[in-house]
Write a new protein. Structure first.
Length: 407
């Protein structure tokens, strides 16, 4: 009897500790997203400011023209330079980009793989060109008509870096894909909104972010992992910078149309975050111990499990025959449900998202089946692999994004 009790206590403690960073992160940021929006600092005219938009592209001949066209439409007649970094391309990406009206920077170095290398080349180029700020947009994306103007206003008002609202859309009708898009909205919209409401750094999610060139001068871009966006943001936070969230400007990408492509993308991203947790936990903890309270949220973020795995662990905790473990699991699952509701409310099809949640158990089983691939991707030497995508981009209204958190 005692053995069963001690085993239950041990198992319950392990489940609580593994899930606690995610639960605390979601509780903090989901509730914060309901706070009133902080007033934006007074906007000044962006007189003569030199903004470059770089598009890192590796074999993106099918999608690059649409991306360039959306940026040109958003820029209007201003002096924004649109630069495609054709990185180790073996197709006609460079030619198609030039035909669409972009400048093309060709970078061929078989030893320099991954998006991080393309961004490093792009940032070095825009610095050499005397740009005041650089915006990054992925080649498989389109932007809202107001994005360039919103980025310019934020930078001219003193922001060191900004992150636009980034959403993943899906042309596929698979329930797992719809659920993935919903999970991305929670990660890319609800959480940055909560950070912005608290006055914290909103985070960088890899697409639709911009930085001042002066910031790069003191923090040369040197992030080459499979989660280079997270790595770069943590370096900025440790250096004392804050990324502002532009929830009125939107960049949108399409999720992979195939089940295998989606699994590859998710396992690479989640495995990369697992490796980042091992790398950054102790440095962030040391900063927190030295009195830098703002390091708590980045530490919770980097150590949080993906929601699917968190729900699985909490469901297992409900089976532990200890009252305190079950109460914690119930409260934690309720908090996750509130976060998912906030993510659905921030989208454009709340009723559809609610219907698709009935398929969540199957989605969690699918995520569990991805664990071996995730573990392989979490190795520090894991290589970047291009995700095969559909040949179409999502439609995006040319105005501002709708249904923000909160309404």
């Amino acid at each position: 009897m005692h053995a069963i009790f001690y085993f239950s206590a041990f198992l319950g403690t392990v489940l609580v500790l593994l899930s606690l960073p995610l639960v605390a992160e979601l509780a903090l940021l989901t509730l914060a997203s309901l706070l009133p929006k902080r007033p934006r600092r007074s906007s000044m005219a962006y007189a003569g400011g030199k903004l470059a938009a770089i598009i890192p592209a590796h074999n993106e001949e099918v999608l690059i023209k649409s991306c360039v066209a959306s940026l040109r439409a958003s820029a209007g007649g201003d002096n924004t330079r649109i630069i495609v970094v054709a990185h180790n391309c073996s197709d006609r990406t460079a030619t198609r980009a030039a035909e669409a009206g972009a400048e093309v920077l060709v970078c061929n170095d078989p030893m320099a793989k991954g998006k991080g290398s393309a961004l490093a080349a792009g940032f070095a180029y825009t610095t050499a060109q005397g740009m005041d700020a650089t915006l990054v947009v992925d080649a498989d994306s389109i932007v809202s008509g107001n994005l360039i103007g919103e980025v310019r206003r934020a930078i001219s008002s003193g922001a060191d870096a900004v992150q636009c609202r980034y959403e993943m859309d899906s042309s596929a009708k698979r329930p797992a894909t719809r659920l993935t898009a919903l999970a991305f909205r929670g990660f890319n919209v609800v959480r940055p909104t909560g950070r912005a409401r608290l006055g914290l750094s909103a985070g960088i999610v890899g697409n639709g972010f911009a930085v001042r060139q002066a910031l790069l001068a003191g923090n040369m871009y040197n992030s080459h992992s499979v989660v280079e966006d997270l790595e770069f943001h943590l370096r900025l936070v440790l250096a004392g910078y804050k990324v502002e969230f532009l929830d009125d400007a939107r960049v949108s990408s399409a999720l992979p149309s195939s089940k295998q492509g989606e699994a590859t993308q998710r396992s690479r991203w989640e495995g990369g975050r697992a490796n980042a947790a091992r790398t950054w936990f102790l440095p962030l903890l040391r900063q927190l111990a030295q009195g830098r309270a703002r390091m708590l949220e980045p530490m919770l973020d980097v150590t949080s499990l993906p929601i699917g795995y968190g729900v699985f662990l909490l469901s297992a905790a409900l089976c532990v025959p200890l009252v305190w473990v079950r109460l914690y699991a119930l409260a934690a699952l309720g908090m996750i449900a509130c976060h998912v509701l906030a993510a659905a409310w921030s989208g454009e099809d709340f009723a559809g998202d609610m219907r698709i949640l009935a398929r969540a158990p199957g989605y969690i089983l699918w995520k569990l089946a991805m664990l071996p691939a995730l573990l392989r991707s979490s190795r520090s030497e894991a290589a970047w692999v291009r995700t095969e995508r559909d040949a179409s981009l999502p439609e995006l209204p040319q105005g501002t994004a709708r249904n923000m958190v909160p309404r």
